[in-house]
Design a protein around this ligand. Structure first.
Ligand code: NI
Length: 142
């Protein structure tokens, strides 16, 4: 365990009770671990909106593969920015629908732009982009 500093904070009782219910539901063993995760998440989200540096993103897309043009457009966009695409997993959800999970990594602005572009592709039924930091920034959060 890295060098630890103990801090004390004051919270309204109702806020603390709500937080304790929340962390119990999320299966945290201790408040400290839950608070560390909250702080890291906040710092990573903040970092994610800075320019420059390395960005990692996980993009999920759900679409109907019968929409042939859509599937081709998604593949074309990924090939066009192949230097940003680390890996992609395709799951056939059923007869029609596909789930694609793609990991992007690279220049923060380019990664977010490609993720937004994939999500905005006409015909995508549902999707989400989760942003996290690259190796260097993560190492500063330990
Ligand atoms: Ni499929």
């Amino acid at each position: 365990m890295p060098d630890l500093t103990r801090v004390s904070i004051s919270l309204e009782s109702a806020l603390l009770e709500a937080f304790d219910r929340h962390i119990a539901a999320k299966s945290y063993a201790t408040r400290s671990e839950a608070i560390r995760d909250l702080i890291r998440d906040r710092l990573i989200q903040d970092e994610a909106h800075q320019e420059g540096g390395e960005q990692v993103a996980v993009v999920t897309l759900v679409y109907d593969h019968h929409a042939r043009e859509l599937a081709n457009r998604l593949i074309d966009k990924q090939h066009h920015h192949h230097e940003l695409v680390v890996s992609s997993m395709h799951v056939h959800l059923g007869e029609r629908n596909c789930l694609e999970v793609t990991v992007l990594r690279g220049d923060a602005h380019k990664v977010r732009h490609l993720g937004d572009e994939l999500l905005a592709t006409k015909g995508v039924l549902h999707g989400e982009m989760i942003l996290t930091s690259g190796e260097q920034a993560l190492n500063q959060l330990k």
